[in-house]
Write a protein of this length. Sequence first.
Length: 98
Amino acid sequence: MTKLILLAAVAALGCKMVFGRWPWELFAQSARSGEIRRAQTLLGLSRSATRDQVIEAHRRLVTQVHPDRGGSAELVHEANAARDLLLDQSGRRLSEKP
């Protein structure tokens, strides 16, 4: 059992040295990228969508799925979550550029 724990620790350190991130950070990043793809699909956007395009796509979708127009509150919440995720992601991209 001790050998297994030691092996896992060495593997985690190796991952940190090679990729610059811990293994659990890599797994979280891949899960987040799946969420981002779903949000882009929901809003009908490409990967390179700008902040203004995200806001405009959100407005279009909300006008279609709003409860006053026969939609549901759940769909509006999904659209809002997609918008928030993509705006957060676009803010990170802008802050990462030199």
